[in-house]
Write a protein that binds this ligand. Structure first.
Ligand SMILES: O=C(O)[C@H](O)[C@@H](O)[C@H](O)[C@H](O)COP(=O)(O)O
Length: 257
């Protein structure tokens, strides 16, 4: 597990633009090096704002979108097209504005698939396994970038403190009774998040400052799931000043004055 790098930006608007620029560069580099790449998207305000900034940045044409496999770290268990689905937000913010290969965009099934939440989780796990290769050494691909938002309670994806999903070794699980509505969700688990080459935790606002501190300073992942969000090669906490307000000065480098 990689020790987090912390980058602090002036405010949430600059943060979203900086995440977008980093994403464009990172994806273009990965695609140039390997000819394909895997990106895991997050829901939530900051994740979606970052995707909108990718769409607004002309440099996004540097990314060979048809070669990119796009996954979700979690999904609200709602019907396709529901405004509250993370997929819907991502399509509106970015995917409807770039030329992806529909076969390589992997939304998590909703109830309109006729599946239960548990069956949808198993279906997604099977899709991830089909996309994994021997060199990935596991049931999921080695994601190039896995984006996560961070809740004020320290949750990432739909992994909420002290909930059973945090103890689950399966790659993908159904979550019931989530404290953040809607209550039924599908989520990658910590072992799957840890399969990513890079994990980016993106957070803005004073209300996240406590969770950021706990996630960075060695709390247990069962009490603070964000503390378990670490990439194999790199972990980056991308914050605005509000979210960085409670971390020791030596831990966060001010990236944009
Ligand atoms: O389905 C979701 O809601 C997200 O996956 C969730 O994990 C989100 O990223 C965090 O709650 C942060 O959300 P904000 O960026 O809106 O604070």
């Amino acid at each position: 597990m990689s020790v987090p790098t912390v980058l602090v930006h002036r405010d949430s608007k600059v943060l979203a633009k900086a995440v977008a620029a980093r994403l464009i560069t990172g994806l273009a580099d990965a695609l140039a090096a390997k000819g394909s790449a895997h990106l895991v998207l997050t829901g939530g305000g900051m994740g979606t704002a970052s995707l909108a900034e990718v769409a607004a940045n002309p440099a996004h044409d540097a990314v060979e979108w048809p070669r990119l496999d796009i996954w979700w770290g979690d999904e609200r268990f709602l019907a396709t097209g529901d405004a509250e689905r993370n997929e819907t937000a991502a399509r509106r913010a970015l995917l409807d504005h770039v030329e992806t290969d529909p076969e390589r965009v992997h939304p998590i099934p909703g109830p309109d698939s006729g599946l239960t939440a548990e069956e949808a989780a198993d279906r997604y796990a099977a899709e991830l396994r089909r996309a994994s290769r021997p060199e990935d050494h596991g049931p999921v691909p080695s994601f190039d970038v896995l984006m996560l938002g961070l809740g004020p309670d320290g949750h990432v994806a739909s992994l909420f403190p002290e909930m059973p999903a945090l103890y689950d070794e399966r790659p993908v699980v159904a979550v019931h009774g989530a404290p953040k509505p809607p209550p039924t969700r599908i989520s990658l688990t910590l072992p799957t998040i840890g399969a990513a080459r890079e994990v980016w935790v993106i957070a803005a606002g004073e209300e996240k400052a406590g969770a950021v501190r706990l996630a960075l300073q060695g709390s247990g992942p069962f009490q603070v799931p964000g503390a378990g969000a670490r990439g194999r090669l790199r972990t980056v906490f991308l914050l605005d000043r509000g979210a960085a307000a409670k971390i020791p000065p030596d831990l966060g480098r001010l990236a944009s004055p």
